[in-house]
Write a protein that binds this ligand. Sequence first.
Ligand code: CU
Length: 704
Amino acid sequence: MEQKSIKQFLVLSGMSVSLHVLAETELLPTISIEGQGVRPGQIAVTPESDGALDSALLLKRIPGGNVNRNGPLTNLPQYRGLFGNRIGVKVNGISVQEVGPNSMDTRSSSVPKTLVKSVKVYCGIAPVSAGMETIGGAMEINSRRSEFGDSVTPEFHGFVNTGYSWVDFGRYYGGMLGLSNEKHRLNAGGNIEKGNNYKFRGKKSVRPSQYDREVFSVGYGFKPIENHQISIDYDFKDTGHTGTPSLPMDIDYVRTNIGSIGYQGKLPDNLDVIFKGFFNRGRHKMSNHLLRSAPRPGGGPQRFREATPKLQSGGFNLHFIASEFHGGQLIVGADGDLTVNDSVISDFSNPKFFIDNFVNSTKDRYSGFAEWTGDIVKHLNLEIGFRYAYVHMDSDRVDTVLAKIRPPAKVLRDRFNNADRSKNDHLFDAAAVLRYAYSDALKLEFGVARKTRAPSYQERYLWIPLEATGGLADGRIYVGDPSLKQEKSYQLELGVDWQDYGAYFAPRAFYRYVVDYIQGLPSTDQVTNMVAGVIQPGGPGPLQFSNIDAHLWGVDLETGYALTDNFRVDAILSYVRGKRADGNKDNLYRIAPLNGRVSLTYDYSDWLASLTYVAATKQEHTANFNGERKTSGYNILNLYAQYRPSFHQYAEGLTIGVGVDNIIGTKYTDHLNGINRAANPNLPIGKRIPNPGRNVYVTLRYDW
Ligand SMILES: [Cu+2]
């Protein structure tokens, strides 16, 4: 019970803006019902009270959390300097996969903000139960679904919401209808969101940064007998013309279907079972001339390109939870998924042109784990887990029209087709976290972990130098290497959690050494370099994914104080450094500078208001290997006010929000934003993309 109070505390303090709004506290029981367990340092934030478009941006409110922005709906999750597929992301319990080889449809942006129930991030060391390949951490995004009622009488509940933001003429409309009694629950919902290019200063806008997305979801849950429930869910997402100015192309469409069937049961002897089986399919088209003008490489004629990637994926999770096992809780489970990615590049102005970017690039993962959490002596809690995963990867043979006219391209193709592309990795993860309750007010944490990651299909099977890099967005072209080794990370974690006298202070420090960290290094292969000269004439030369050693360290903290019954102040601070560790001096790519935020919140009866100061220092510790640019620091102010009337029973459930982000209208740039790739008279190509300028927004929501 002691632990629960800590978590509630963190859950609340994790929301730097709206602190004790009812909806957030209501989330807490849901979290434990879902079998996530009660774990200190697991922060949940809710999407209320934010003018930002995308749910992934909520990560910026978590100590150590951040996002790599490549487009309005293309935000890659980052935690303490590691990002993209180094972060395990589960959406509604499913480890979803991306259709786009450049992560245009990032997993952390996959649920519209208004349909998000919670975004959870494991602070510090993620437990092995959080998933496979959680080398950099793990997060979970859960959508709003209906819940079972208490009686036979069906109850109708749900919500509708809408919002408008001025900086991009952005608007959304969405909601969910639920019908449930004690045995059945049904829900259907959806969301439409649309916006124009956002302005970063005055009338100057980032082009193309428009977006257009529709999602639709239905779900049904059934309790055939007491203590057993079955659920069936289907989610459809259709992203239309949406800009990704940091990538060489924009989204024409991404259409994904996710279906799942789940079972949750309580067996005798305090044994719980959770099962989920799912499929995840997607089709995508992107283009370099739909929302921008096609480039003229080397000053030559315009070069038109489209790509049509495809995703087929599916898998399962089966977890057994014994809540009274040797004085603690034991989770034993098996997880698996199979994923196939394809992509072909074409040119509408030249029907003969094609490059097989990926052909049946397969990554299959089968894994088992065991994790025990309990008190080993009074006040001393241990969480210890082991996970093994077998990863099999393969790719079919590739071809391109270039092989007919360019001998070096033929060499690359034949070399890849004759290479041993079938690869197996055995991943061993282990994590142990000790938590010591020195007193009711002071808790200490010490953790160690080994976490691993097999290479991505891009890192292994990108056979011809291109920018299909899982969203690195550094403007460089890359080639893969099928013989890459898995990454192995060894990390240490120290945490302190103090709360007393209406105040809290929770700093954490970490150190991590990654053996065989995968990053690009200048290609030394003559043939690759000759082909790169055709693909990117006059460019800085291709990089090849390679194994190096790296280390990262840093501190992050959250703190706060209740000044009076109605006023409180909360703050978070994040600092991380990442360097190459194998004797070569270089910084790691896309690491945020020191950054933080402080919020002053006023909460009185139906009203809530907050003023937030957000700041980052300049980043000069940039990577040399890909010519990463430095970024200057910034300070901005955001204001938010919310009204939840309680004067009448029909008014209850209404939430009206008004806010201004970046009040002063400062032109500022997050270091983690990608660089501009699209011609724009207001923003040179190669410059880092600025954040939105002043944004006034209103949101309206009604729950019943
Ligand atoms: Cu794409």
